[in-house]
Design a protein around this ligand. Structure first.
Ligand code: AMP
Length: 420
């Protein structure tokens, strides 16, 4: 049996890398005042149809949707924003009139063609700010993404920034875009021909060569922003400038759906090639209403953790795990093993990493094992030691050995460890 295509194991030897990334992320979240939310991995399909939009690739082609035994259509979450907003509404978090800042870390599922940096089960860290309409929130969110990359030491990232307007100014732009592409319909891929009237902005970020050529010279949203959206965009840029965060305004960076408003951004690490986006986000002032709640502004982003890990590995930025100080108990004979087993629990109780043989190895084999595990102390209990009521405790670093009564071993090692 093998893991399903597009899914992968994170083996015990690799988990430290994930712990490291998540540790840095959690630390930054705490400093920016974000609290973790954990939502179910499975939700009603309708939530994603409404929350992501039923003209998007994710919803039309990529969802793991099935009928459960109660005949309900359910879906493995392809992203976490819709679920976070559902939780926000279900638990009436809006009732306190406060800004809610939440983050999540977890598995997402999309049935896409797997390739380097693209998986069917992947992990995202993301955050959502609900209840804040100020451009300061947009800038804070972007600054926070940058701070995470900065803390991890990652260099050579490109921040792309755009404003996609709002329901006042976008319709006119949409119309212009449709007019522009209507004359070039035959150059568009099948998907984009479909999108032309439903979701024309998405044609701008289609990766097909024909669509890319067709969109050269297309009208740019930044020329159509209303005063209000223009002012907000300028404010976001101003705040980013004030922090020295550099960005490229990219009018092709779009999100096609009506509930997305104003800020859209993406952070890329170009050496990752075709899947270079490590972070994507933006403002979604219409989403909460779309899911059935009161009008509530929102903004968020998600970082793909597999891609982040690839980037960190390319720049050699993951510190080696700290070597743990260990004790190995080598015991031979039933009674000696029973004595060692008790001492092992005492040591573990004092917070000292302790192991003993579980495979019936000879005493020599056990000593070898102690060396392999890079133990700092080995406690040796054979028939002689049982008779004396004291074990030979060997300091593996210095090679010195001392007899210590069984009852004192845990205390002795704890003290030695403390002093070393
Ligand atoms: P999105 O939710 O599509 O805005 O994606 C946000 C981030 O998640 C992207 O910038 C990627 O880093 C990551 N991501 C999205 N889809 C995948 C995937 N299929 N495999 C790995 N990472 C992904």
């Amino acid at each position: 049996m093998q893991a399903l295509k597009g899914t992968h194991d994170i083996l015990p030897e690799e988990v430290y890398k994930w712990d490291y990334m998540e540790g840095v992320i959690r630390d930054v979240c705490a400093r920016y005042g974000y609290k973790e939310i954990r939502t179910p991995i499975i939700e009603a399909t309708e939530l994603f149809q409404r929350g992501i939009g039923d003209t998007t690739d994710v919803v039309t082609k990529e969802m793991y949707t099935f009928t459960d035994r109660g005949n309900r259509s359910v879906t493995l979450r392809p992203e976490n924003t819709a679920s976070a907003v559902r939780a926000y509404l279900e638990h009436k978090m809006y009732g306190d009139q406060q800004v809610h800042k939440m983050f999540y870390i977890g598995s997402m599922f999309r049935y896409d063609r797997p390739q380097a940096g693209r998986y069917r089960e992947f992990h995202q860290f993301g955050l959502e700010v609900l209840g804040a309409s100020s451009p300061l929130a947009d800038a804070e969110v972007i600054a926070m993404a940058c701070e995470i990359f900065h803390k991890l030491g990652l260099k050579d990232l490109d921040l792309h920034l755009n404003s996609i307007g709002d329901k006042n100014c976008r319709p006119a732009y949409r119309k212009k875009l449709i007019e522009f592409f209507e004359g070039k319909k035959d150059q568009l891929c099948d998907d984009c021909r479909e999108r032309l009237y439903k979701n024309p902005l998405r044609i701008l970020d289609c990766k097909e060569e024909g669509c890319r050529r067709a969109s050269v010279g297309a009208p740019e949203i930044t020329d159509y922003l209303c005063d209000e959206c223009h002012r907000k965009f300028e404010a976001v840029k101003h705040y980013l400038d004030s922090l020295g965060i550099s960005y490229t305004v990219d009018p092709r960076l779009v999100r096609g759906l009506d509930y997305y408003t104003n800020t859209a951004f993406e952070i890329q690490y170009p050496p990752l090639g075709a899947q270079s986006a490590v972070c994507g986000g933006g403002r979604y002032d219409g989403l909460v209403e779309e899911i059935g709640g009161p009008s509530t502004p929102g903004i968020g982003f998600a970082i793909g953790l597999e891609r982040l890990l690839l980037a960190l590995e390319m720049q050699n930025l993951i510190p080696a795990p700290k070597a743990q100080k260990r004790v190995y108990i080598a015991a031979l004979g039933e009674d000696a093993v029973a004595e060692g087993f008790k001492i092992q629990e005492e040591l573990r109780g004092l917070g000292i990493v302790t192991d003993m043989d579980l495979q019936g190895r000879s005493l020599k084999g056990q000593m070898k094992q102690a060396g392999k595990l890079a133990s700092q102390f080995t406690v040796i209990i054979g028939s002689n030691e049982l008779e004396k009521g004291a074990a030979a405790v060997k300091n593996m670093d210095t090679g010195t050995q001392q007899d210590i009564p069984f009852a004192d071993i845990a205390g002795y090692i704890a003290k030695e460890e403390h002093n070393s």
